[in-house]
Design a protein around this ligand. Structure first.
Ligand code: DGJ
Length: 558
């Protein structure tokens, strides 16, 4: 994969760490999710790491398709690729495991110098059991489906099927055992357990076994996780939850099942693990039945946390095209008990929200289905295959070289990042004695009008009290001394109007001055000075266009 010299060098240096030792590869540390002061980081090689990811199409992990995957990943400048593995392929006959596919993925990912997130398409894939091996699909008595309210079988596996659970635990355990042995390099840094587990087309399982449990008292940990007040400890699901009884019940059953599969895998090889969710509308949630029931939707995250502690992350598949809804989803999954990770996303206007996710300390981000396996012909000029990829690639081209710093700044609580929101031309980001002022569509001396298309994004990290790292696209960034709330009202925030951004502090005007604005580039993970910006480049604030630009800005007041 062609890469900037810096990252090639970094990869070469990194590769040296695992040089064969007497024919053996020395083990790297196992990746892990670390929490400190309510903030999270994914540690890879013992340091915070940011997954700049992309997920391939569902049937793209097959060796025959990989030549159409890697060029797209290269164009996107990802550092991590999310690839499914398929239970039906891994265990074609009970207890017989086929490791050829995972071995190919490991070998090719290493060749292309990327990490992998492996998606275990096991009992559930988008609510169905389509990836169960044939020998299971053919035995629906032993491996039953959900039974709908009308008594008919639904296209979804029952979370109460003991034999299915045992089979999945065994297969996933075998998979993780193989991975542990085959991957001392830690090419695989995280594993998704199942895919969008839950059920479409029925709120829950109505089999006799399920019905009996539905009438039984709600387990105490669920009552406490959902903070149900005043319910008797003997309350059944209907009594405790009313109209939400069935979705909560199904979430309990599915979370328990997925949690046990994850725990079985983790017991063998403790890689970070997560489950992804098909979402419900975050702003106007419809009634149960309008969204997939049982998965880690925002309303049942507490149940999932209580029942599936082996999962490090519950993660939203964020596809909404409504900007307010998109941001709400990020907010709902960024919790003190849950790091934000967006394992699937899409939508033509959503690439900028990568920055919003970074502003919420995201540990990773990954648009879905951007490989070239669905292209008509690579050379078809009326259908340039890169067109849809470019806005996503821009994110990673900019952040890739500084990925370790960005992950570390976020873990240390020193970073803020935002994306343009329609109708909001200016955003203020407080950093102690400074406010960063991000504006969109600003002319030199006029007010900001917003970009014609909202595509602005900005990232600011505080290096010292008066020094910041600043980057972004299609925006302007300036700094203003921070005053008290009352004093802020009289601040002049428009740069270039004869006075630099200023604030009345303790009865005295304080004006921002740029001491030194350095443009740089990241080499070997460190900022390298290129030139000083001044004059037209700084007189109206710091302008960022479509070119990847990183500035180190030192400030003072006069
Ligand atoms: C969400 C699923 O998790 C993916 O596997 C894929 O089916 C996409 N939807 C399709 O858009």
């Amino acid at each position: 994969m062609s890469r900037p010299f810096a990252s090639v060098l970094a990869a070469v240096v990194a590769a040296c760490v695992v040089v064969p030792l007497h024919g053996q590869v020395r083990e790297r540390p196992i990746p892990r999710v670390v929490e400190k002061d309510g903030r999270y980081a994914l540690f890879v090689d013992d340091a915070p790491y940011l997954m700049l990811g992309a997920q391939v199409h569902n049937s793209s992990s097959w060796p025959v398709e990989l030549p159409k995957v890697w060029p797209a990943m290269e164009y996107l400048h990802v550092n991590t690729v999310e690839m499914p593995v398929y239970w039906e392929q891994f265990e074609p006959r009970p207890g017989q495991y086929d490791t050829t596919l995972i071995n190919t993925l490991l070998a090719e990912a290493r060749q292309h110098q990327v990490h992998l997130v492996i998606l275990w398409f096991g009992t559930w894939k988008n609510g169905s059991q389509h990836y169960m091996p044939e020998w299971m699909k053919l035995d629906t008595v032993k491996y039953p489906h959900v039974i709908g309210k009308n008594g008919d079988a639904v296209d979804s596996p029952s979370p109460f099927a003991a034999a299915s659970l045992e089979a999945d635990k065994k297969a996933f355990g075998a998979f993780m055992r193989h991975l542990k042995a085959a991957d001392p390099e830690r090419t695989v840094i995280m594993v998704q357990v199942e895919n969008e587990s839950g059920t479409w087309g029925s709120l829950r399982d109505y089999s006799p076994v399920a019905n009996k449990l539905f009438e039984a008292p709600v387990p105490p940990e669920v009552l406490s996780a959902m903070q149900v007040k005043g319910a008797s400890p003997a309350a059944n699901w209907q009594e405790a939850f009313g109209p939400e009884a069935e979705v909560n019940f199904h979430a309990w059953a599915v979370a328990k099942y997925v949690g046990q599969v994850a725990a079985a895998g983790k017991a063998v090889y403790p890689l970070p693990m997560y489950a992804n969710a098909a979402l419900r509308d975050p702003l106007k949630p419809g009634a149960p039945g309008t969204y997939e029931s049982g998965g880690p939707t925002d309303n049942v995250l507490n149940i999932w946390k209580a029942e599936a502690p082996a999962l490090d992350v519950l993660a939203p598949d964020n596809y909404t095209n409504d900007p307010a809804a998109y941001l709400k989803v990020l907010d709902l999954y960024h919790r003190s008990d849950n790091p934000l990770f967006v394992p699937e996303t899409g939508g033509p206007n959503n690439p900028r929200f990568f920055f919003s996710a970074l502003g919420l300390q995201a540990i990773g981000f990954s648009p879905f289905g951007l490989d070239y396996t669905r292209e008509r012909a690579p050379a078809d000029p009326s259908h340039p295959r890169e067109e849809a990829l470019t806005p996503w690639a821009m994110n990673y081209i900019l952040i890739g070289p500084m990925m370790r710093d960005v992950a570390r700044f976020n873990f240390e609580g020193k970073l803020q990042a935002v994306a343009e929101e329609q109708g909001k031309t200016t955003q203020i980001l407080p950093f102690g004695s400074w406010n960063a002022v991000v504006s969109y569509g600003a002319s030199n001396r006029g007010p900001a009008a917003g970009n014609p298309k909202p595509e602005g994004r900005a990232l600011i990290a505080q290096l010292r009290d008066n020094q910041f790292l600043v980057t972004g696209y299609f925006c302007r960034v300036d700094f203003r001394p921070a005053g008290t709330e009352e004093q802020r009202k009289s601040q002049n925030i428009v740069a270039g109007t004869g006075q630099n951004p200023s604030a009345l502090i303790d009865g005295k005007w304080q004006h921002r001055q740029f001491l030194r604005v350095e443009e740089g580039t990241y080499e070997n993970g460190a900022f390298k000075f290129l030139r000083i910006w001044n004059g037209d480049e700084t007189d109206y604030g710091l302008g960022f266009g479509a070119e990847p630009t990183v500035l180190r800005v030192s400030l003072a007041t006069y």
